[in-house]
Write a protein that binds this ligand. Sequence first.
Ligand SMILES: C[S@@+](CC[C@H](N)C(=O)[O-])C[C@H]1O[C@@H](n2cnc3c(N)ncnc32)[C@H](O)[C@@H]1O
Length: 385
Amino acid sequence: MELQTMQDQLTERLLQQQLVSATVSQPRLKSNDIKRIKLKPVEIKNEYLIQFEYQHEHVLKHENLPLEEACRKLESLFNDFRQALFQFTDEKVQIQLSKKFKVSWKAEQTGEKKAELSHNRKKQYLLEDGIPYPFLVRLGVQSSDGKVKKQKYDKFRQINRFIEFIDDALAYLPQDRTVRILDFGSGKSYLTFALYHYLRIEKGLDLRVTGLDLKKEVIEECQQIAEDLRYEQLEFLVGDINDYNEESAVDMVVTLHACDVATDMALSRAVKWDAKVILSVPCCQHELNSQIAASELGIMLQHGLIKERFSALATDSIRAELLSLVGYETQLMEFIDMEHTPKNILIRAYKTGRKPGAGQFKKYKQFTSLLSADPFLENELKEYL
Ligand SMILES: C[S@@+](CC[C@H](N)C(=O)[O-])C[C@H]1O[C@@H](n2cnc3c(N)ncnc32)[C@H](O)[C@@H]1O
């Protein structure tokens, strides 16, 4: 098939609103920062749009385009990418482009599929408002009939968002043995209970989860709730992340809003335990703020507020880079919406064992020396770099 014929056929299907989902992949150039693009239709303010999700090495970016613009964008993607998989309402189409832009088009009837149009988060919720979940009732997020309390709606959204991440991570967890999970700085443990509920109760995974926190009373309360709910494979311990060295192997490490370098300590432990999945939302970050000095950035750094925010962003970039240098596929993602908290960057890392070339480490070093940074995490991970 000729390229133009393929483009015309895709455009026609898109214009007829037959798209359910698509993935465009296999960049022609290895140096292309975008590895994959996912497409799906969304409806926003009654307008039918196509959402493009660009998967860069470490970040996801989205844009929602009106149909005709989306068709043009899709056409342009085939200049740089060689593979695509489209799910339309009635068939699946697999496309492969040769080096010389010859097209292989394989279609397979799939029976009626419907596009999930709503951009409304309710659709994506894995826990539903109106269905009582014992842990949410017990934690006061829902009333006993399952209605989410008005003042707890943000928490409910956050829990659901977190479960989406857990759901994505499921494929990276072993299925043939007890999965070991640690939640560092678990605090009131909404998310620890949510994680347990989803993986154990809904997915039936054999697991053992430990929540660790400095606060004795909070931990005792959480332990009591776990016992009352008969969550037998969930336990809570009082302890400091910095001293916790009880394990030899852990499959998943979660750290949500653990303060300052406690996050780094948790990340370094996770790497040493060969964790397959790391989910980390850092909290306050003072380390870099006290080190950073770069005359080239003087215009920014002269403002305390900007320096603080810049340091926090640089710290998370450094953490993500270090994890990728030691063999993790790492992305920085938005955890919850900006209006609720500025602490909304989630570091998601899946162990692949693939390490980037030496050039990447050099780039990392250039960055840290530009900032005069001597990251705690780098020192912790020295032997792996
Ligand atoms: C902001 S709360 C977040 C709680 C929970 N992870 C969440 O996301 O809802 C941070 C928690 O981390 C705990 N924490 C901070 N530093 C810690 C450390 N070094 N060791 C253990 N817990 C720590 C605090 O006691 C606090 O409960």
